[in-house]
Design a protein. Sequence first.
Length: 123
Amino acid sequence: MLHARRFGWKVLDFEGEPLRPVAERTRPDLALRDVAGVVRSFDYAAAVGSAPDPGWAVQARTAFLEAYERADTAGVDAATTQALVRALTLDKALYEVVYESRNRPDWEPIPLAAVDRLLAGAG
């Protein structure tokens, strides 16, 4: 997601994860996988942008997930949704570690910090 003052919010990156086969990237998947992708994007935005403060990514993740839980109409209880989002976010962060190590080694600390945080039990 990208916010530009003049144009508002824009959603980007619909091609899927480039290291995965095309058939896998175009197959319907869990909506929560997209939620995990948005959650991961906040760390990148904070790391490469000019986040107002170090806690910005935490606040953004929390606000997004709370809003998602309020809007979710799938009928799944909150604890199950949280567990699934956490697992899918860890999966995404692990994928990013591999991707960054191959393509942008300077960015590797971004997903590594998320893996550490998620394995330690923090969001």
